[in-house]
Design a protein around this ligand. Structure first.
Ligand code: V0V
Length: 136
């Protein structure tokens, strides 16, 4: 089951520049930064307000063949994904597959801060790349 919105992911070309823009323009600060070689991203998590709600994830590509680099080439910077917190990523994957949706990985991969993640193909979810996040 989907428990809540975990984060909203935004593709950016320049991570440091984007973090600075969000801080200076919207007063949001970075609470976590990490490089994920498997996903080919450098990412920053920003808290909104008191940080109790969903976060904003800024995603910059590490390499030209990464999902974020392809997204930037095709669509330019902007909203790339909507991520939901789930209790059990394998169970949610099985339930969505049973409903005929394509979930990308056979085995969950490593996401932010040791979470386990998977993705629903955007063509099977109304044009939205849906990420499933089981927190560490
Ligand atoms: C592609 N499409 C999208 C989209 N990416 N639509 C909405 N939102 C997106 N983000 C559309 C695209 O416009 C094409 O539509 C069609 O999908 C192409 O599908 P495809 O040929 O199967 O695939 P690609 O090569 O465009 O790749 C799309 C997928 C790829 C979703 C398969 O981006 C992927 O594997 N994403 C999962 C991994 C990821 O996004 N990692 C970065 C975040 P038309 O033109 O045919 O109509 S890492 C992360 O979130 C972490 C670490 C974390 O949260 O912990």
């Amino acid at each position: 089951d989907f428990l809540r919105i975990d984060h909203v992911g935004i593709a950016v070309a320049d991570l440091d520049g984007a973090v600075k823009f969000y801080a200076e323009t919207f007063g949001m600060h970075c609470v976590h930064e990490e490089t994920n070689e498997d996903q080919g991203v450098r990412e920053a998590m920003l808290a909104v307000g008191d940080g109790s709600g969903p976060r904003l994830q800024l995603l910059a590509p590490l390499r030209p063949d990464s999902a974020i680099a392809k997204f930037l080439d095709r669509a330019g910077p902007g909203l790339q994904q909507l991520a939901y917190t789930v209790a059990d990523v394998e169970a949610t994957t099985a339930a969505l597959r049973a409903r005929g949706l394509r979930v990308l990985y056979d085995t969950p991969r490593r996401g932010t801060a040791g979470s386990r993640i998977n993705f629903v193909h955007p063509k099977d979810a109304g044009g939205v790349l849906v990420e499933l996040v089981e927190p560490a």
